[in-house]
Design a protein around this ligand. Sequence first.
Ligand SMILES: [Zn+2]
Length: 78
Amino acid sequence: MIAVTEALGIKPCPFCGEYPMFWDEYDERFVSFTDRDDCRYYIECVNVGCACNPCTILFKTKEEAIEAWNKRVKETEE
Ligand SMILES: [Zn+2]
């Protein structure tokens, strides 16, 4: 596990506002999401108070995982 995350430019979880964990190890949970065994980076919110605990899929590089986590749909103003 890579101790995170503000320094890496990773945004806080959009649901709880806490910084997520950055993992650098393959996890069996992802076996149905990727057939690339060289993918091992993923970012996950592990805050017990979070209602959603979002998690990215596995990526080959740290940069790809960070980009995926940080991508947010633009919210419209009402
Ligand atoms: Zn969260």
